[in-house]
Design a protein around this ligand. Structure first.
Ligand SMILES: [Zn+2]
Ligand SMILES: [Zn+2]
Length: 225
């Protein structure tokens, strides 16, 4: 249930930058003829009363959609928006709101199947949030390194809980890049990784979505032998 589904005043033809009216309703990313800005089409997003968004809002809406899969609700969005508005005395940017929602979501997985597995559910959920944060930061033009590092930190914690203690973590490079391939099959204990985390690999040269920063695709395989 979205915020605006009951209303019929959702914007479908106005440039979100300059307010110019599109004569032909844009179906996909379109450059506004009046202001030259790129307008993004998001017809199913639930946090803006518009199908046509600025790039910043489109990225925030995409990120929020990921957070909804992880249990966030439109009410969470409204709550953080109200809190930040009060704190700052000004309307917060969509980035600050969705980022606040994502951090608040850590530790609150949508459903925990059984209490026995509670710790691993929480860690797995936190890992998914960190991964979504990494991708969001990359798409906003920021280095995702520290967020990918959190992903792997949760991976290590997950590997050290449960009935069987792993003997070591083995780097799986997935043909990431030449730099990363030097690490293929290298093995580390949890203690070694705690002091000196390996992933994401610092010198990784892999790129996704034509972005400027590295996106290391390596992960740890957990070995019990
Ligand atoms: Zn415009
Ligand atoms: Zn790499």
């Amino acid at each position: 249930m979205g915020l605006f589904e009951k209303k019929d005043d959702r914007n479908r033809n106005k440039c979100p930058y300059c307010g110019a009216i599109f004569e032909k309703l844009p179906k996909r990313k379109t450059k506004c003829e009046k202001c030259g800005e790129e307008c993004f089409i998001r017809t199913t997003q639930t946090i803006f009363n518009s199908d046509i968004l600025t790039q910043e809002d489109a990225l925030a809406a995409d990120f929020f959609k990921e957070l909804q899969y992880l249990g966030a609700t439109v009410n969470d969005y409204l709550k953080i928006e109200a809190e930040l508005s009060k704190k700052w005395g000004t309307k917060p940017k969509s980035y600050d709101i969705v980022w606040g929602v994502s951090n608040r979501l850590v530790g609150h997985p949508p459903e925990i199947e059984n209490d026995y597995d509670k710790r691993s559910s929480i860690l797995h959920h936190a890992k998914m949030i960190a991964f979504a944060q990494a991708l969001y930061q990359l798409r906003r033009g920021h280095d995702p390194y520290s967020y990918l590092k959190s992903v792997h930190n949760y991976e290590i914690q997950l590997g050290t809980i449960g009935g069987i203690l792993p003997t070591y973590f083995e780097v799986e490079t997935q043909d990431c890049c030449e730099e990363c391939s030097k690490y293929q099959g290298k093995k580390y204990t949890a203690d070694e990784l705690k002091n000196n985390p390996i992933l994401p690999i610092k010198d990784c040269t892999s790129r996704i979505e034509q972005k400027d920063y590295a996106w290391c695709m390596c992960w740890y395989g957990i070995r019990h032998s």
